[in-house]
Design a protein around this ligand. Structure first.
Ligand SMILES: NC(=O)C1=CN([C@@H]2O[C@H](COP(=O)(O)OP(=O)(O)OC[C@H]3O[C@@H](n4cnc5c(N)ncnc54)[C@H](O)[C@@H]3O)[C@@H](O)[C@H]2O)C=CC1
Ligand SMILES: O=C(O)CCC(=O)C(=O)O
Length: 481
């Protein structure tokens, strides 16, 4: 059968019509040829970009199609903020929202169908789970840490991962400031006693924080915020990081972790979960600390050896501790923090002057709302336009939007293995058309190419797609038009 001719020369309109004629809501041009991935964009471009455009008096962006947006399925877990739900539903996507994370079996069942998933820190997107995802093109981590996702596996399978690198940093820093004072004054113990009717007015072992030394391990977004807040309260700040970082205020970088441990009165950890940071603070590090020092961990549960901390607190080496994160964390709220989850749970809860919080460092209205917007927008931009700015496992590539004045254009999104000869092959496929703009970048083993090509008849689109799909280095092809 020959393809219909485009009478008005507007392929976007042609394909909108083609979609309307399809017999099933699942039917669209590319998914039929490639059930494992989808292509397309919603009827409205992402509105903040539109408003920026209108203030700059640029032509309106072209709506990239080819299929019904209600076919896009998004799974949001762990009570992701309403701002994200609003952004994604506004696009017309199907959004399924859950307050908690899911068991592995439930997750596998659900992930099979969705094109995008939004999670926080609890949902483990392992290679085993991701292998079940037939349509998934993008993961949104509505948090800073991405250690819960196998980001390399995701990249190798054409799944982009986005996070929110600093929207909750201030919230974590403020929690740590509160904990420094609370530990120095033992006030959670006093408060707990009062709740049991016990009046226990003591000053022994209670201190001002003014003039004390705060040791920050990991001087990134959170560590640096904290540094400024702590100095403003009269503390001296030292920090240890694996890279040289400019000191804020009068803080000083020290050369080794031991230098920090031997000098600091309060030690706070702000490193990512990495093989190198596993049990970064264990028995030898507690031994190096000053007697009567304090430890705060709001980074990841793997960073502190908890049995060693329990020993250090029992011996009086450590006078107090605050933990927000644990090696194993419950999936749901409720009476779930017990020895079945972490064998030492009762020993920990029976200690004095230890503040235990349920991973709430980033849990403020401000942080969650900002994260919802940031990651929600990143998902929309990737699904609708192919933009990977801010991705943690993909090269960062972006092209300016197509405009309504640019007819007969196709945007090619092509994730491929980073091997020689790809551009030559791809450009041979594009050769009969005009490459208006093209941008390609690589990151490790994978590379990503975005290209807007013009002089493309509707009848050519399937051919283009199939040729790209047949290339030996292809990981994922999407065409937007
Ligand atoms: N409790 C909570 O709710 C939250 C926890 N987090 C955790 O806090 C961590 C830190 O967050 P950010 O400050 O935003 O990260 P960041 O990436 O801005 O900073 C981390 C710093 O740690 C340094 N680092 C890495 N390995 C190190 C090592 N072995 N020793 C010393 N320094 C090392 C890095 O060079 C970097 O400067 C996140 O990775 C996340 O796991 C983040 C937000 C909320
Ligand atoms: O808010 C959350 O669920 C996780 C916060 C966190 O640990 C992060 O942003 O890395």
């Amino acid at each position: 059968m020959t393809s219909p001719k485009i009478i008005n020369n507007d392929i976007s309109q042609y394909f909108q019509n083609a979609v309307k004629l399809s017999t099933s809501p699942q039917t669209s041009f590319l998914p039929q040829t490639s059930p494992s991935h989808f292509s397309g964009s919603p009827p409205q471009s992402y509105f903040p970009l539109q408003s920026r455009r209108s203030s700059m008096k640029l032509p309106p962006p072209k709506v990239l199609k080819p299929f019904a947006t209600e076919d896009i399925k998004i799974l949001l877990l762990e009570n992701v903020n309403q701002t994200a739900v609003d952004i994604l539903t506004h696009q017309g996507y199907q959004v399924e929202f859950h307050k908690t994370s899911l068991s592995e079996d439930e997750l596998i069942e659900k992930i099979r169908e969705v094109h995008a998933i939004g999670i926080r820190s609890k949902t483990k997107l392992t290679a085993k789970v991701l292998a079940e995802a037939r349509n998934l093109v993008v993961i949104g981590c509505f948090c800073i840490g991405v250690n819960q996702v196998d980001i390399e596996y995701a990249a190798k399978h054409g799944i982009a991962v986005f996070n929110s690198p600093f929207s909750n940093s201030r919230s974590v820093a403020e929690l740590v400031i509160a904990e420094i004072i609370a530990l120095a004054r033992q006030f959670t113990d006093r408060s707990n006693e009062m709740h049991q009717g016990i009046w226990n007015k003591v000053s022994a072992g209670c201190w001002e924080i003014r003039g004390k030394t705060l040791g920050i391990v990991g001087y990134g977004h959170i560590g640096a915020q904290l540094s400024v807040l702590a100095e403003s309260m009269g503390m001296s700040v030292i920090y240890y990081d694996v890279i040289p970082i400019m000191a804020l205020g009068t803080a000083k970088q020290v050369a080794t972790l031991d230098d920090l441990l031997t000098e600091a009165d309060f030690i706070t950890l702000h490193v990512p979960a990495l093989p190198e940071t596993e049990n970064l603070i264990g028995a030898p590090q507690f031994a190096a600390m000053k007697r009567g020092s304090y430890l705060i961990n709001a980074s990841r549960g793997t960073v502190v050896d908890i049995p060693a901390l329990i020993n250090a607190m029992r011996s009086g080496k450590v006078a107090g501790a605050a933990l927000d994160v644990y090696p194993n964390e419950p999936a749901k709220n409720g009476p779930t923090f017990h020895t079945e989850l972490n064998t030492w749970a009762e020993q920990l809860t029976s200690l004095k002057n230890i503040i235990l919080t349920p991973h709430i460092g980033g849990s403020t209205e401000e942080a969650q709302s900002a994260i919802g917007v940031e990651v929600g927008q990143a998902l929309v931009r990737y699904i609708n336009e192919g933009t990977t700015i801010g991705a943690v496992n993909f090269p960062e590539v972006s092209l300016r939007s197509l405009t309504l004045e640019e007819e007969n254009h196709v945007r090619v999104l092509y994730v491929h293995s980073n091997v020689p000869g790809v551009l030559r092959t791809v450009n041979e496929i594009f050769a009969e058309h005009n490459i208006d703009k093209q941008y390609s970048d690589s990151r490790g083993d994978i590379a990503y190419l975005m290209a807007d090509i013009s002089q493309v008849d509707a009848a050519d689109i399937r051919d283009l797609y199939e040729k790209l799909e047949r290339t030996p280095f292809k990981i994922l092809t999407r065409l937007l038009y």
